[in-house]
Ligand binder design. Structure first.
Ligand code: ADP
Length: 538
């Protein structure tokens, strides 16, 4: 014998079921198409009874009009606006807003096609507004005892909260991904800034100042040297006694930033390399830990050695210039003084005066040539040199310049190998200064009695002019640099030869302005060949 729920009215199968049980029992079913419960087919009675006792949300429609019955668990799905009106009326009157969607499914079930949906989205008006809702549900047919489909049973679980939580989670994940991307992007940017910084940057950590970060430019100060993980003294032992270490200590002690301009640090580029005077513009900035104690030093450094060296060369240059200008000035002063005293004594010897004036003239010429050279450097520097091009025979220009130079260089033998006419379009005056400069250097840097051979030839569309000497020659490391401004080779031989280091610089600039090239092939102790190529016009 099964347990019986005490009958509440004349229909024992409608017993129990909480609020909905009571509403169904008290409903006037005889006024509907379903009729009084006593006349219900057994399958409907069974279904309703199962439904009323189920803690799972269930809903039944009966007949072609889809009149509804549902249990307590189903009530929340109807919200406040559809319950309790929904009981006993057609489903399409309760759910007009979704009938377009679920209507066809109901008709389908009535024809024997059940429906199963997961997280199915609908917009329901059950609380006075349209609400996005999700449901897992199954529609299944209810057959009567003759096997005819008479109703639809709905088992349904609302999943709105689950879906919304999931969407929320996805959004949060998406936001997280976005912010993670942002963080990575920021980090990459900072890294890029660090890597591409035009200043050398490194971080020295701890009281013994260990390299923990070094950007590429900083590493370039010390090619091939291992820095990371080493202390400053270990990595750069040659500065261990230098004042720069005291400065670093001071920053560690006081936390005060140090700025140095043109700071001289005697340092080598590589381990065991030659220590050289190097110059840096630098900032040492203390780093602090969370307790505001100095934890290390951030170094920003820009090497200015080249600029500083050029400055030193320039100062040397000014010194030499002053010195060189003083020599002709002294002899001019002497000539003028002697001439004056001779004149005061009532001069009769005009031949002396003629010679004195000619000497004075050549000293003045030397001085104005020198000054002209310096002027050209400053004009070049401010891009004020303009080319006044004409067409002339370059070979003849070389011969004339050579003959002129031969007058003052009787100790050397100047020769021209080629006598072919080479017409060139160029600035004639400037070409004279290039040619003269190369020939004068050949004289200057080769011993008395030496032969200097000039040559002109045409190669493809270029005119090649060369000056060959058998002089002191040039070391490979100097061959590029001699074309730099103020650059002079320093050796025991050259230190006694006066010069300013601007002749080749000027020549190279003039040749470049003409679209040509200048270079040297040389061997120390054997001699040099300086060559110039100039484009020929068609
Ligand atoms: P300067 O001769 O006034 O010093 P330059 O610019 O003409 O200046 O030359 C630069 C340097 O190149 C010279 O100081 C010298 O050391 C080197 N040099 C130039 N020409 C020759 C040469 N023909 N042979 C050897 N060294 C040379």
């Amino acid at each position: 014998m099964g347990h019986t729920v005490p009958p509440v009215n004349q229909h024992p199968f409608l017993a129990g079921g909480g609020t909905m049980g009571e509403l169904i029992r008290n409903f006037s079913w005889d006024e509907t198409l379903i009729g009084d419960p006593s006349g219900w087919p057994p399958s409907l009675k069974n279904s309703v009874s199962i439904m009323l006792h189920s803690p799972f949300p269930m809903h039944i429609t009966w007949g072609g009009e889809f009149l509804q019955l549902y249990n307590d668990a189903y009530r929340p799905i109807l919200g406040t606006s559809k319950h309790p009106r929904a009981l006993g009326i057609p489903i399409y009157e309760s759910f007009p807003e979704i009938w377009d969607t679920v209507g066809p499914m109901f008709y389908g079930v009535m024809k024997g096609t059940p429906v199963r949906m997961k997280d199915f989205k609908v917009f329901l008006d059950r609380k006075g507004y349209m609400e996005e809702c999700y449901f897992d549900f199954a529609y299944s047919p209810i057959l009567d005892e003759l096997g005819e489909i008479r109703g639809v049973l709905t088992n349904v679980l609302e999943t709105t909260d689950k879906v919304k939580a999931f969407v929320e989670l996805e959004n949060t994940r998406e936001e997280l991904r976005a912010s993670e991307f942002h963080v990575i992007q920021q980090r990459d940017r900072l890294m890029e800034f660090f890597m591409d910084s035009p200043a050398g940057i490194c971080i020295l950590d701890g009281p013994d100042l260990r390299f923990t970060m070094v950007n590429p430019l900083y590493q370039q100060f010390f090619p091939g040297r291992e820095l990371i993980g080493k202390t400053v003294i270990e990595a750069i032992p040659e500065i261990s006694n230098d004042r720069i270490i005291d400065i670093l200590d001071q920053v560690l002690k006081t936390g005060k930033t140090y700025h140095g301009i043109d700071e001289l640090i005697p340092m080598s580029k590589r381990y065991d390399g030659a220590v050289e005077d190097r110059f840096f513009d630098l900032t040492y900035q203390a780093r602090f830990d969370e307790k505001m104690a100095v934890s290390g030093i951030m170094v920003f450094a820009i090497e200015v050695t080249e600029r500083k060296r050029e400055e030193i060369r320039k100062n040397e240059f000014i010194e030499i210039v002053s010195h060189e200008l003083k020599t002709p000035l002294t002899s001019l002063t002497a000539i003028v003084q002697i001439a004056e005293s001779k004149l005061q004594k009532g001069l009769s010897d005009s031949s002396f005066l003629i010679e004195a004036m000619s000497k004075a003239g050549s000293q003045l010429k030397r001085m104005s040539a020198m000054i002209g050279g310096f002027l050209n450097v400053s004009r070049l520097e401010s891009a004020q040199i303009h080319l006044g091009k004409t067409i002339f025979d370059f070979t003849q220009l070389v011969i004339d310049a050579m003959d002129e130079l031969q007058l003052s260089s009787s100790g050397h033998q100047l020769e021209m190998d080629c006598r072919d006419v080479h017409m060139l379009e160029a600035d004639r005056e400037k070409m004279i200064s290039v040619v003269t400069n190369l020939m004068a250097n050949a004289v200057k840097y080769s011993p008395e009695g030496g032969k200097i051979i000039m040559d002109c030839s045409k190669k493809e569309n270029e005119l090649i002019f060369s000056v060959k000497d058998s002089g002191i020659g040039i070391l490979p490391e100097d061959t590029e640099r001699i074309f730099e401004r103020y650059y002079r080779v320093s050796s025991s031989v050259t230190k006694n030869i006066s010069g300013f280091g601007i002749g080749l610089y000027l020549s190279a600039q003039i040749v470049k302005l003409h679209g040509g090239r200048i270079w040297v092939d040389s061997k120390r102790g054997v001699g040099s060949v300086f060559s110039v190529s100039l484009p020929l016009s068609h």
